[in-house]
Design a protein around this ligand. Sequence first.
Ligand code: KIV
Length: 277
Amino acid sequence: MRITIDAVAAWREAGERFTMVTAYDYTSARLIERTEVPLILVGDSLGMVMQGHDTTLPVTVDDIVSHTRSVVRGAARPLIVADVPFGATATADDTVRAAVRIMAEGGCQSVKIEGGVPVAPTIRRIVDAGIPVMGHVGFTPQSVHVTGTRVQGRTVEQARRVIHDALAVQAAGAWAVVLELVPAELAAAVTARLRIPTIGIGAGAGCSGQVQVWHDLLGLYEDFRPRHARRFRDLGAEVRGALDEYAAAVRDGSFPAAEHAATMSADDLARALEDPA
Ligand code: KIV
């Protein structure tokens, strides 16, 4: 049975903290399916960790649809949310069209849209079209060229903006909101003021839940290490170790071993060699 938005709302009511992790492919989704993590985000962070871009901006709706399909095929239990990418948000009409496509072709249960007060009317249109929307305020990576990669809400004026953005997203009908890179005290206060769950990343422990990027929490993205992430494993080192062992085993002849290939009788082989044609 798939996790529902109502279940997430009930966890918030009960004060049960929950987790969300990004995934972009079938194999990762299969792994998440067998863990206690109930929410998956097919984030446009795929532009950085999967495609090697400097920002999330080049990600297309086609990319999101394709990765979402792979994740949906791998995970039957988690609730799957997919990002509406920057390139699809020039106008409200574009954003609504992209959200419909991501839901219809991707097969996820919700979309996520970055932005607060200015995008609230668009969120309302998408919700009215029957699509659950997760908001995303504070630092919004799609606006990195405007804001820089900076904590949002450190000054009173900025903090008011984060509060207004979160309230606007909630009023527009979003069922949850990501709070990214905002001071922990502000995130806790926003969480207390909202009726919907908040999902923090770099926003302290006072949010209803937490979201992390797969590659950050497993130590797979080594280009930089975000301050907000904890490496729960160092799989980058594990992978390098495994590949070096593989290369060494092939060089020294210990791989492949007898059990890694089928065999045939010496007689059959001799007969085959007598008349190869
Ligand atoms: O794209 C993404 O991975 C995100 C998370 C950082 C919240 O938006």
